[in-house]
Design a protein around this ligand. Sequence first.
Ligand SMILES: [Zn+2]
Length: 444
Amino acid sequence: MTSAAPTTRLALRGDLLDFTAEPVWGEVESNAVRFRPDHWLLIEGGRIVGAQLVEPDASWVKHDHRGRLILPGFIDTHVHMPQLEVIASYGTELLDWLNTYTFPAETRFADPAYSKAGAAEFVDALLAHGTTAAVVFPTVHKVSVDALFGAAQQRGMRMITGKVLQDRHSPDGLRDDVVQAERDCLDLIERWHGRERLAYAVTVRFAPTSTPAQLAMAGALCAADASLYMQTHVAENRAEVKWAGELFPEARSYLDIYARAGLLHPRSVLAHGIWLDDADRAALRDSGAQIAHSPSSNLFLGSGLFDWRASAQAGAAVSLASDVGGGTSLSMLRTMADAYKVQAMAGQRLTAWTALHAATRGGARALLLDDEIGSLEAGRTADVCVWDWAADPVSARRMGVARSLHEKAFAWMTMADDRNLVAAFIAGVARHRRTDTETASASA
Ligand SMILES: [Zn+2]
């Protein structure tokens, strides 16, 4: 990790790309896209203060990345810190995958030293993939939450997380109970929520692993403090949906289990949402909750194909998520490429604009954080990444013949990955730099 005092005045030269509005579904010519080729992005005191064509004066530390792409850092709205160890595990669907691979891996995070090392490695891995903000599941263990918040705080990162609640249908070493869980949540909220760039999420693993009493406790926490986030999984896999229905027969649908417990609100992040109906989508829209679409995970575990357009048409917010370790890469670019393929299977076309927007400004808006992150607008915190348009001969050849901006951006989104990342800045401080790249040195 590179650590440095925040440079007072920093100017980054490159092709600036961000969004000023939500792109219309299917439109490749979009007024929502703001492309400023070969501009200088000006950063002062950790914040973006402007952008200009002319080179700024000598009072600025200048990083010349001409010919490269500069984007707001990506926002991953659903990813599991302890699951780096289970990526690419063979041969199961969701419920078997949890029991066979994931639960055993998560029990190891009861150990504070293991949690601390795992959290540091995880946060650095996010940065090395161009993700500068995330909504994260740690484990049921309080120490895993302290470790994750601590690692994010050290790096100045925007992070939303909270202790995983699961008091049934979980193995020994991975179960809590309502009383102790509430005590742990209240203590963690007191110590971390709203501190610097950290926020607490009431974190329900998923309805089948919480008793009705635990869901009620989680709902009460949300009701007591509207600034808290809530994260969980919903309607990912057909066997899971059926099981949830059997456990909560009084609920109209899987999503309705959460609605009845007071867990659907503007700061709710629900992963997957594949098996939803129109009434569910209306409930999402009315509550302001969002779906964290996790295409890589959905394909890998064979969970199903998310109907993004139906959610968009219903007015429900959709953000993008890697869902590692169900997902196979922390790269939001790999995630976008998979999202395109999922929509293609359903006869839909996902533009680069809708995908890139969801991973930046759209995710920020869904989290009610768009005044802080997600764009290159003056006043935003300078969480920005510098990317190579092409990092290998095949991509370079493809980029070389692209005629329109969308064609180029789409080919980039489809072919690029973490090897294209040159540098990741958090609040104007370089927290990740590709080791083979020395062109980022200060130059006048
Ligand atoms: Zn997940």
